[in-house]
Ligand binder design. Structure first.
Ligand code: ARG
Length: 460
């Protein structure tokens, strides 16, 4: 059976079957059905408002679209590849259900402004869902930071032990990344929330349309300024995907730390059984696959960003069919990021923190060496000299297998005679973290203040 094309009027020969399969997008763009129908309802309501269709015609079309939506939701709608995309599938069905009146829906509209509107509506909802998911993720992280505000661990630079920090402070660093991610999403949402409908194919339309009416009905802040730009602009997809790529890069950094920390060599944490998998050959294994998959999905989301940038590169105005290629990267990015954030949100509360292991790890690696240097400075030694003195003490410690805090006072005094008994207060891990007691510092007291502020920002 050959399906009659809604645009078939000027064609003598039917579409080649290769082309039909090659150009059809309904296999993936059917996901837009809900926003497509919402857009059509707003459009026909506007047409009635300005008198291009009667109120009765509007009501018939709105009811017809509602029936189609219900069918799609029940899985009973028959999608046809020959009808190319979601837009023509729904419209053709409306015409076959309603007859003549169904043909009036597409008055003063083109698929070009229709699809540009649909994608914005779809992504707007996606951004809202993603923002909600990020809020939930930040919530569990702040809970974790609260429980671990006093937990001491080694802080790393170059992946080498640097200075002791609190785990609460480390987790709050992740929370900050996510605050910036959410700010980027909300910024992108603002620029995106402008309505292309009314731009028609590229030049606008001859009907007396009321674009402000349609924009209001669909929750857009305004209507686009320029019809050529409106049908061809996909900046918002690039912006969103850039924000999403950065979210994934952040998640991959968290993932990497979780993978390292759960190894037998670190043994800082254990992830819940429900969020790990075993090996088919090595019985002892418990693998952090969730974290690894999140790390892995970062690659495809960054790839999608590149795909969208290259899709837009050198496209002349206005709409080009190239733009149909925008949907798969968009859907894949949305699915990947949402799933990753949600699975991390589920996993975090299953994590056991091995506080004693963290503490012992912080004791190794001379993590309080800077504290000793600062101590000497307070006793009047210049910082560069203090650095040299402590370097020698560390060297001696490495040779004798002792941490600085394990040396006796006499041993320490060999390096600088101004060292006193009070040095042991700064050489302890507790003393070291407590001393960094300022905005942005790792002291438990500051972590608690930062948590209070983060909770307020989260709810505000
Ligand atoms: N499926 C098309 C897309 O996603 C819809 C717009 C088609 N417009 C056209 N003039 N062929 O971009």
């Amino acid at each position: 059976m050959t399906t009659k094309k809604p645009w078939g009027g000027r064609f003598d020969v039917e579409t080649d079957s290769l082309v039909e399969a090659f150009s059809a997008s309904v296999g993936f763009d059917r996901r837009l059905y809900k926003v497509d129908i919402a857009g059509s309802i707003a459009h026909v309501s506007m047409l009635a408002h300005v008198g291009v269709v009667t109120d009765q015609e509007r009501d018939t079309i709105v009811a017809g679209l509602g029936a189609i939506e219900a069918q799609i939701e029940k899985g009973e709608f028959e999608w046809q590849e020959a009808l190319e995309d979601v837009h023509m599938n729904i419209e053709a069905r409306l015409v076959s259900d309603l007859g003549e009146v169904g043909k009036k829906l597409h008055t003063g509209r083109s698929r070009n402004d229709q699809v540009a509107t649909d994608v914005r509506l779809y992504l707007r909802d996606g951004i809202d869902q993603l923002n909600q998911a990020l809020v939930a993720f930040q919530g569990v992280l702040i809970d974790l930071a609260t429980a671990e505000a006093d937990t001491i661990m080694p802080g790393f630079t170059h992946m080498q032990t640097a200075q002791p920090v609190t785990l609460g402070h480390h987790v709050l660093a992740w929370v900050e990344m996510l605050f910036r991610d959410r700010a980027r999403l909300s910024d992108c949402r603002k620029r995106m929330n402008v309505m292309p409908l009314g731009s028609a194919a590229l030049a606008g339309t001859t009907y007396p349309i009321d674009r402000a009416f349609t924009a209001r009905a669909l929750g857009f802040d305004s209507a686009t300024e320029n019809s050529l730009d409106a049908v061809s602009d996909r900046d918002f997809l690039v912006e969103f995907n850039a924000a999403a790529a950065l979210i994934m890069v952040h998640l991959s950094r968290i993932a990497e730390e979780l993978v390292l920390w759960s190894s037998a060599q670190f043994e800082f944490i254990e992830l819940g059984d429900g969020f790990c998998t075993g090996s088919s050959i090595m019985p002892q294994k418990k693998n952090p696959d969730v974290a690894e998959l999140v790390r892995g999905k970062t690659g495809r989301v960054c790839g999608n960003l590149m795909a969208l940038l290259m899709l837009m590169k050198a496209q002349p105005l206005a709409y080009n069919r190239d733009n149909q290629e925008d949907k798969e990267p968009l859907f894949d990015t949305l699915d990947s990021v949402l799933a990753s954030v949600r699975v991390f949100t589920g996993m975090m509360p299953t994590m056991t923190v091995k506080r004693e292991r963290l503490y012992q790890a912080a004791r190794r690696g001379y993590s309080t060496a800077t504290d000793l240097a600062d101590y000497l400075v307070k006793k009047g030694v210049a910082f560069r000299d203090a650095h040299e003195i402590v370097g020698k003490a560390v060297r001696a410690g490495i040779d004798s297998g002792k941490d600085l805090s394990e040396m006796s006072l006499t041993q320490l005094q060999q390096f600088a005679d101004c060292i006193d008994q009070d040095v042991f207060e700064v050489l302890t891990l507790e003393g070291s973290v407590a001393a960094r007691n300022h905005l942005g510092g790792t002291a438990p007291e500051q972590v608690r203040l930062a948590i209070a502020r983060a909770r307020e920002r989260l709810n505000g």
